[in-house]
Design a protein around this ligand. Structure first.
Ligand code: HAM
Length: 411
């Protein structure tokens, strides 16, 4: 049977070595920044009970309504490939009784996420997020810490991004404001896009996200949630801002920032990069003080963010420096020395040296060329004699034994 051309599914991509190296470096850098601030690495499954996201992210969001990869397992359970991390982390926090640990519980993770969106540059159906969450405290210093840590990761990755900041207040404020906004939207119903009009009841805040001209004009005159915050939320937001200023973190207040997930309360933020075109959001997040309770846990405040690995790398202006360190290439000058060469490669690796040997039947000359190509700092020639060549200085000298060769390279 003829097989058609097989390709990676739409909206997905292969990570080839050059990209993999940049991704690994970004994860290592993020781990260093986050672990340095007391965040511990944790992982949750890539699929969860659909209810985790339906309840967590919100039934009226685009993510839940249109973008989830949902399937039934053989037992008839509805499962969903995770579109984001926060709901899964909260599920794990509840399941493992983490509220009994000293609070806040600070966690970070990274991995693949899935959204059925129309693919374009910077928007994929499988993408990678770096994620940080702090549960169990509503202290404003956590909001500020989160923002500062993401700013540091972006800066060290060579990404220039504006920080947009807002506060959505608490659930009651939002409910009251929602009524006020619905009235405003109904008064302008004829000017709105179909999509926004159909969601006046379910999710009026999303109207701020629309790029439909009529909707935008109507929203320019809309009441602002930031002007409706109650006394406590106002103080909380003022503290977050003061802490950011103390840390030298510049931000812009953006009262239209609503984010695409329903669980947010109080602080919300987004880093936007001009180098990304339409998909300008490199990372974003905020506080979600009601989410753990919504998923069946005790009332627990939380704050966090996620950043897109692919978007960070697209926006990154940093040039990729070649990997430093010692790298040996073992040249097999005589076919019957392959056993010895193989042993040497293993000894070099055991001594912590990156080492490879000839494995494609090249001639002596071809092997020296290959050593150059892989960026070897040292070549060990295994033949009648054993020789070590330093590729930087060009110096070549004979050594007496395999142990001496390992020592000469490893020095
Ligand atoms: P989000 O804004 O939906 O937030 O996603 C965070 C980041 O993931 C975005 O800024 C973007 O860089 C990346 N991203 C999202 N969708 C795609 C896509 N289709 N292709 C490529 N990159 C994408 C959240 O997911 C929240 N869970 C963040 C959070 C954590 N809030 C509190 N804690």
């Amino acid at each position: 049977m003829a097989v058609g051309k097989l390709q990676a599914p739409r909206g997905t991509f292969d990570v080839l070595p050059h990209d993999a190296q940049r991704r690994d470096r970004l994860v290592a850098l993020s781990s260093e920044v986050l672990e340095g601030a007391g965040y511990a690495h944790a992982e949750t499954p890539v699929f969860e009970d659909t209810a985790v996201f339906a309840r967590g992210v919100g039934e009226s969001t685009d993510i839940v309504q249109k973008e989830m990869f949902t399937f039934e397992d053989k037992g008839g359970r509805s499962l969903t490939l995770r579109p984001e991390n926060t709901a899964g982390i909260c599920r794990a926090y509840i399941e493992h009784g983490m509220h009994k640990l000293p609070q806040p519980v600070k966690l970070w993770s990274w991995g693949p996420f899935f959204r059925h969106e129309a693919p374009q540059a910077g928007r994929y159906r499988q993408f990678t997020q770096l994620d940080a969450e702090a549960l169990g405290s509503d202290d404003p210093s956590l909001d500020a810490e989160m923002i500062v840590l993401l700013a540091q990761i972006l800066e060290r990755s060579g990404v220039k991004a504006r920080l947009l900041l807002s506060s959505l207040g608490n659930a009651e404020t939002r409910a009251e404001y929602g009524e006020e906004l619905r009235a405003h939207l109904r008064a302008h119903e004829s000017e709105l896009s179909d999509d926004v009009r159909s969601r006046i009841d379910a999710n009026p805040l999303r109207a701020f996200d629309s790029d439909h001209p009529g909707t935008r004009a109507a929203m320019a005159e809309a009441p602002r949630l930031m002007d409706r915050l109650d006394a406590e939320d106002t103080v909380h937001f003022a503290e977050v801002r003061a802490l950011l200023e103390e840390a030298g973190c510049t931000y812009e207040l953006d009262h239209t920032l609503v984010r695409g997930l329903d669980y947010y309360t109080r602080t919300v933020f987004e880093f936007a990069s001009a180098d990304l075109g339409a998909q300008s959001g490199v990372g974003g997040g905020g506080r979600y003080d009601g989410l753990v309770e919504k998923l069946g846990g005790p009332p627990t405040p939380g704050v966090g963010w996620a950043a897109g690995v692919e978007r960070i790398l697209l926006a990154s202006q940093a040039t990729t420096e070649g990997s430093a360190g010692t790298r040996a290439y073992v040249v097999v000058a005589k076919a019957d020395e392959r056993l010895r060469a193989f042993g040497l490669v293993n000894s070099l690796r055991a001594a912590g040296v990156t080492a490879e040997m000839e494995q494609a039947g090249r001639s002596f000359k071809g092997q020296m060329k290959q050593a150059d190509r892989v960026g070897a700092t040292h070549v060990v020639i295994v033949g009648d004699s054993l020789e070590v060549k330093d590729m930087h200085t060009g110096e070549q000298r004979e050594v007496a034994s395999l142990e001496d060769a390992v020592e000469a390279v490893g020095r």
